[in-house]
Design a protein around this ligand. Structure first.
Ligand code: FAD
Length: 318
């Protein structure tokens, strides 16, 4: 099976989701190939990085591709795919991917399934995704066809190994004049964090009680060198921004350490953090479901335990 992953470059950096797409591609390619496509201008350094994880990297380079433009992406990708005929095309379920993937699929006359969290090719092509705002997890069988397009949820396919492939110039140039043109990049505000890439997450639930208590979690996160995230009620209450929400309607995270403070462990939350390397939960209810997924559990009051932990960490650090 030939599986192609469309890389994403943001703010002059290769977005880590590009490697996640290749991890998925490598896990499903069977005796086929995992191939990456990188689009832009002056993109050799990204292609070299991608080649560590791909059997082949296709470079599509042109000065008009310096900045992202959905019309040009659809144009150059459809030229490449009409020639190379991949079985599967993986695109990040990012704002860009969500914009161009359906248009690309239409151009290729291919099916598109968005925001997948699983893809199995052992017996046909079966994609897994949530429906009804995360209430149900469904498997979708894709009919045998030429090419299928999938957008993939970020943070789900973090594990993979290096492959070591080649970089080739696709020799493709844009063939259309886009109706839209690039105007400017608006950078995220300083201090904005991407919890899906964090190694240490201090996550707070309704047990934190009030916005003013978030500071407690921030102190612990600072002492540990981590970031603060939260369950949905915390985000719905406006105590943390939306991009800090963990769970099926938030982000999927896989940190080395996930510290759950005053989080009950509803399945909608668990689905977003269960694959963390180490989960430690603090909850005053010994029956809280979060203890079912935690390797270590502390039954107690976060307002006593967290300050004691912060003091201890500061003492250790001197
Ligand atoms: C369609 C849909 C999508 C959803 N998506 C998400 C999602 O993406 N992410 C998400 O998180 N939820 C999601 N939810 C909500 C989810 O069902 C739960 O309601 C939510 O996860 C509960 O959050 P919580 O654990 O913070 O609050 P609660 O369930 O109220 O739990 C609070 C916990 O804090 C403990 N506690 C209270 N005070 C203290 C204290 N002082 N010390 C120690 N422990 C204390 C309590 O014992 C309790 O276990 C979704 C729901 C629906 C219907």
């Amino acid at each position: 099976m030939r599986v192609f992953a469309v890389a994403e470059i943001k703010f002059g950096e290769l977005d880590p989701v590009s490697i996640e797409l290749l991890n998925l591609a490598n896990s499903i390619k069977g005796d086929g190939t995992a191939e990456a496509v990188v689009i832009g201008n002056g993109i050799s350094k990204y292609a070299e990085e991608l080649a560590k994880y791909a059997d082949r990297v296709w470079k599509i380079e042109d000065s008009s591709l310096e900045n992202y433009n959905p019309e040009l992406y659809v144009d150059v990708l459809s030229q490449l795919f009409s020639k190379e005929k991949p079985d599967i095309v993986l695109v990040a379920n990012s704002s860009r991917g969500s914009e161009f993937a359906p248009a690309l699929a239409t151009k290729l006359n291919a099916p598109v399934i968005t925001d997948i969290v699983g893809l199995d090719t052992s017996n046909g092509i079966k994609a897994t995704r949530y429906i009804f705002q995360g209430k149900l997890l469904v498997d979708i069988l894709v009919k045998d066809g030429d090419t299928s397009v999938f957008t993939v949820r970020q943070g789900v396919f973090k594990e993979g190994s290096e492959v070591g492939g080649e970089v080739v110039d696709a020799g493709i140039k844009p063939s259309v004049t886009p109706k839209r043109e690039f105007s400017q990049i608006i950078e995220p505000e300083v201090g904005e964090v991407d919890i899906s890439q964090a190694d240490i997450i201090v996550s707070v639930g309704r047990g934190i009680e009030d916005a003013s208590n978030i500071e407690l979690a921030e102190e612990l996160a600072d002492a540990l060198g981590g970031v603060v995230a939260g369950s949905r009620p915390v985000i719905d209450s406006g105590w943390l921004p939306k991009d800090r929400q963990v769970g099926i309607s938030g982000k999927t995270v896989k940190p080395k350490l996930y510290l759950a403070l005053g989080i009950s462990g509803a399945f909608q939350h668990i689905m977003g953090m269960k694959d963390s390397e180490l989960i430690i939960a603090v909850n005053k209810d010994p029956e809280a479901p979060i203890f079912g997924v935690a390797q270590y559990g502390i039954v107690g009051d976060i307002f006593e335990i967290v300050p004691a932990l912060v003091d201890k960490l500061r003492e250790i650090k001197g």
